[in-house]
Design a protein around this ligand. Structure first.
Ligand SMILES: C[C@@]1(CC(=O)O)C2=NC(=C\c3[nH]c(c(CCC(=O)O)c3CC(=O)O)Cc3[nH]c(c(CC(=O)O)c3CCC(=O)O)/C=C3\N/C(=C\2)[C@@H](CCC(=O)O)[C@]3(C)CC(=O)O)/[C@H]1CCC(=O)O
Ligand SMILES: NC(=O)c1ccc[n+]([C@@H]2O[C@H](COP(=O)([O-])OP(=O)(O)OC[C@H]3O[C@@H](n4cnc5c(N)ncnc54)[C@H](O)[C@@H]3O)[C@@H](O)[C@H]2O)c1
Length: 405
């Protein structure tokens, strides 16, 4: 059975908010076939996260993933939910819970916010419209700072006359203060949006405060945008947070990454097509003594052979080719041949990548890059495009003018 998912939501006294949360759980379940999905609440609704988690651990093989349904890193993400997880694992001996990342900041959710703003603005031109973007307000300063960051991104991307940030509780500016500020700067068309997920008392307060302020400022117009709600973008992000926590191979164990020092060592590449060619080039760069066995090869492999940088044996694979090799690439277009290569390598205790069926081999090829004097390698869960994108994101982050490490 797949590892169960518990969506750790805030909870609200407002029935509509709870219904939206359950609707979201349905959308998430559609994206994760075979995964039991339940919602647990921090407060104000049932079941509690601890109870939902205990129930899932008991019938889920003692494993579960908790995704905090929270946009920012307030106290719930940092301490409450970890505490609930600790309580649940203490109640189910031998259990293991993965705690996923919270939701934001996340481009798909910012797009959802933009969609709600545009919907509320209606015929108003963004350049004549000021947005007042309301956060929940938290005791954790970083969470409040993150809210200002999203407000700034909305301003940069949306072409709005201005974006003011506000908080509905705990900290300042309050919504009326931010509305006053916008008004003082000349704003007369104002869209107010609460940056939270579902209906609840915060949404009610936002509407009430906006209406009251509107009453006192008849020469301005205020429209209130809807919250993000149970939409596809939110369900996609939750499903992704779940998947991110799972071990790399379905066997249950993550790959053990090693930096192979192949200089002067014999490496065999079986097949000479697109995949073999891409990998043979990198193997040559690593200094390995590469032999390519294939009746026909790409121009790139031919060129490397002509330049004496690898040896091309223009024939079909033979089991004896494996003798003395440290590492093997089975990359022909024949599953039978690739299977024979993998079996022969296994007998010799030689690590072998099988390009057509990764689980039939004993090693996987990471997406790699050299940047700032280090080699970055990423191995994913048989999702090569995502693996490549993650690699590219790491390279981009390290290429920033002032990278952290
Ligand atoms: C990262 C990268 C490194 C590299 O190869 O250098 C890499 N695959 C890349 C590209 C790529 N792979 C595939 C396509 C065509 C389809 C598409 O476009 O989606 C393309 C695109 C293209 O070829 O352009 C299909 C595919 N891949 C695998 C299977 C079989 C299977 O999953 O069982 C099939 C189906 C074959 C079939 O249909 O028969 C398996 C594997 N591929 C892996 C690595 C290993 C770890 C994967 C991971 O981390 O998720 C793993 C598990 C084992 C291994 O082969 O080492 C490189 C991008 C690097 C870059 O861009 O720089
Ligand atoms: N893992 C990956 O990243 C990835 C990406 C794309 C495709 N694939 C898989 O890898 C396989 C190879 O893809 P490709 O695009 O390189 O194929 P391709 O058709 O371009 O090349 C196949 C190669 O295998 C060689 N070959 C065939 N029979 C052989 C034999 N008996 N002995 C030695 N060599 C033999 C051919 O001469 C040719 O060089 C595909 O069938 C696909 O299943 C894997």
């Amino acid at each position: 059975m797949s590892v169960p998912l518990i969506i750790a939501a805030h909870g609200t006294r407002v029935g509509e908010g709870v219904a939206q949360c359950e609707e979201l759980a349905g959308l998430v379940a559609e994206r994760l076939p075979g995964v039991p999905v339940t919602v647990g609440y921090v407060e104000l609704a049932q079941p509690t996260i601890t109870d939902a988690l205990v129930a899932s651990l008991a019938d889920g093989g003692r494993r579960a993933v908790v995704v905090p349904l929270m946009l920012g890193t307030g106290g719930h993400v940092r301490s409450d939910i970890p505490q609930f997880i600790a309580e649940a694992t203490a109640r189910v001996p031998g259990s293991r819970v993965e705690y996923a990342r919270h939701l934001g900041p996340e481009p798909r959710l910012i797009e959802a916010v933009e969609a709600r703003l545009t919907e509320a603005a209606g015929e108003w031109e963004p350049s004549e419209t000021t947005v007042v973007f309301v956060g929940r307000g938290a005791l954790v300063p970083e969470a409040n700072a993150d809210h200002l960051r999203v407000a700034r991104l909305l301003f940069e991307r949306g072409g709005w006359a201005d974006v003011e940030s506000a908080f509905i509780q705990v900290t300042r500016p309050s919504l009326p203060e931010a509305l006053d500020r916008a008004y003082a700067h000349g704003a007369r068309r104002i869209v107010v949006m609460g940056h939270w997920l579902f209906a609840g008392r915060l949404k009610g307060w936002t509407r009430e405060q906006a209406a009251e302020w509107q009453g006192a400022h008849p020469d301005a117009e205020v429209r209130v945008a809807d919250v993000i709600g149970a939409c596809a973008a939110l369900a996609d992000v939750v499903a992704e947070r779940y998947r991110e926590t799972l071990p790399v191979s379905e066997g249950g164990s993550p790959a053990y990454l090693a930096g192979l020092m192949l200089g002067g060592r014999d490496v065999l590449v079986v097949g000479g097509g697109k995949v073999a060619s891409r990998r043979a080039s990198r193997l040559v760069e690593s200094g390995a003594r590469v032999r390519v066995v294939a009746p026909s090869v790409t121009r790139a492999v031919e060129a490397l052979a002509d330049a004496g940088r690898l040896t091309w044996l223009a024939r079909e694979f033979d089991d004896a080719d494996l003798d003395g090799t440290w590492y093997v690439m089975a990359a022909t277009d024949s599953p039978e041949v690739n299977a024979r290569v993998a079996e022969g390598a296994e007998l010799r205790h030689t690590f072998c990548v099988r390009a057509d069926d990764a689980r039939g081999g004993s090693a996987w090829t990471p997406a790699t890059a050299e940047v700032r004097g280090v080699t970055v390698g990423v191995v994913g869960n048989r999702e090569p495009r995502r693996t490549r994108d993650v690699r590219d994101a790491i390279v981009a982050a390290l290429s920033e003018p002032d990278p952290t490490p």
